[in-house]
Design a protein around this ligand. Structure first.
Ligand code: PLP
Length: 427
């Protein structure tokens, strides 16, 4: 094949970003290097009761010929499966009293596709010559958004303030939104939408109800949507260890996913939004992919109809991850203190990551990542999560994202190696 020049679109989506290389590393290690200590990935853990539930649902679908055919032999409308959509709209109305009808829902092939559509639907060049941006009110934010803009510089992010809820000596810190910075950015940049993940990947931060209310008010006063990414949040999967009220309003775009309920292979994302946004997402699905995967929607349908889908998180996922998180925090405290490293952990309020801050390191965490990989520990360097910030922030080179749901011996060995390498890098 002669060299074929790619279009701008092609170049943007095929650029060998650091993140792509990293995801390659993760995927390769997962399949080819069973001895790698995998603290890097975002896969949900294998929670036995939940795995069993999905297996049983699959068997029921197989045993019922009609349901099986409904699942596999037809295209659904681009909006998603009508039964699933009706059941979900009804569940959200009766549980939260939200004014949501079927027209307010659109299914996508995973939350990731939902964000690709939403960010490029709202942000980017407009017919009046402006280049609209997506405002991330709290950086660090989800790595998966970083390269989704078809236009360069789609994101503008704000640094958070750092607080120490139990005093600095306890080494537990928390990011909070710097509202003055957010208001300033709304005034000075052409903002298309505000977007946050709650809980946040990578930090496990959960925006407080007060922060969400304030953001929601700011968004509505500025005439822009507030996108709330609930990949780990409420109403489901609800992997949240603190109290957080789900929020919806006509200018809010809420996204959900079946992935962290243990069904990432089904690629099922859900967008809940005002009708023009939801129908725009359906239109984009039709063009990019005709229709969505049906399997996830059929597997969970009876649980959405009965409302039991809301119980899976609190009943099985939350206790499972909460125990892992506690064990990992205890180990981190013990191992890093013994290694004499200046460390701190972000308070873990949701999701299944620890965000480890290694203060005063002489190398970047990308360099640390390479050293750790050579010792068979995979982590995610923090640098990648700080995209969109207008200026350099040394803190962005001092953090690692660690998946804490690995088996205990893997966690212990990995944390020991990270502590040794961090100690070498701060000498
Ligand atoms: C914050 C956040 N949003 C969205 C996604 C996308 O998930 P999916 O495409 O599997 O629904 C993820 C996946 O890890 C995530 O962590």
């Amino acid at each position: 094949m002669p060299h074929v020049p790619f279009s701008q679109f092609g170049q943007k989506l095929t650029a060998r970003s650091g993140i792509l290389a990293l995801m390659d590393d993760l995927g390769r290690a997962l399949t080819l290097q069973p001895d790698m200590r995998m603290l890097g990935g975002g896969n949900p853990a294998a929670v036995p009761e939940v795995q069993q539930l999905w297996r049983e649902r699959m068997q029921t679908l197989l045993a019922d010929g009609k349901a099986f055919d409904r699942m596999l032999v037809n295209y659904d409308p681009p909006q998603g499966n009508p039964h699933f959509i009706r059941a979900l709209a009804s569940l959200l109305q009766r549980t939260f009293g939200w004014n949501i009808r079927e027209e307010n829902l659109a299914i996508t092939n995973g939350g990731q596709s939902a964000f690709f559509f939403l960010f490029n639907l709202l942000g980017g060049p407009t017919s009046d010559g402006r280049h609209k941006k997506i405002l991330l009110p709290l950086s660090p934010e989800y790595i998966g958004y970083a390269d989704q803009g078809l236009e360069a510089d789609l994101f503008v992010a704000c640094r958070p303030t750092i607080t120490w809820p139990e005093g600095e000596a306890r080494r537990r810190f928390k990011y909070a939104i710097d509202f003055a910075a957010v208001e300033q950015t709304l005034r000075t940049e052409p903002i298309a939408a505000i977007a946050v993940s709650r809980p946040t990947n990578p930090t496990g931060n959960v925006l407080t109800d007060d922060e969400v209310q304030k953001l929601s008010l700011l968004a509505s006063q500025s005439g822009v949507p507030l996108i709330l990414d609930n990949a780990y949040g409420a109403p489901f999967p609800n992997v949240i260890y603190t109290s957080a009220t789900p929020h919806y309003a006509p200018h809010v775009i809420l996204t959900l996913s079946l992935s962290k309920l243990g069904l990432p292979g089904t690629r099922t994302g859900i967008v809940i939004a005002a009708e023009p946004i939801a129908s725009a997402i359906s239109a984009m699905t039709a063009i990019a992919g005709l229709a969505n995967g049906t399997i996830g929607q059929q597997i969970v349908l009876p649980l959405v109809e009965s409302g039991e889908i809301l119980d899976i998180g609190p009943r099985w996922l939350r206790p499972f991850y909460a125990e892992k998180r506690q064990a990992a925090e205890t180990m981190t405290r013990e191992i890093f203190t013994a290694a004499g490293v200046d460390w701190a952990l972000h308070v873990s309020e949701g999701a299944f990551f620890h965000w480890l801050w290694l203060r005063g390191m002489s190398i970047s965490t990308i360099e640390l990542y390479e050293r750790l990989k050579a010792r068979k520990v995979l982590v995610v360097p923090g640098e990648y999560f700080f995209f969109g910030l207008p200026d350099e922030w040394p803190h962005s080179r001092e953090c690692l994202r660690l998946n804490f749901a690995q088996p205990e011996h893997v966690m212990r060995e990995a944390l020991q190696i990270i502590a040794e390498e961090a100690a070498n890098a701060t000498k």
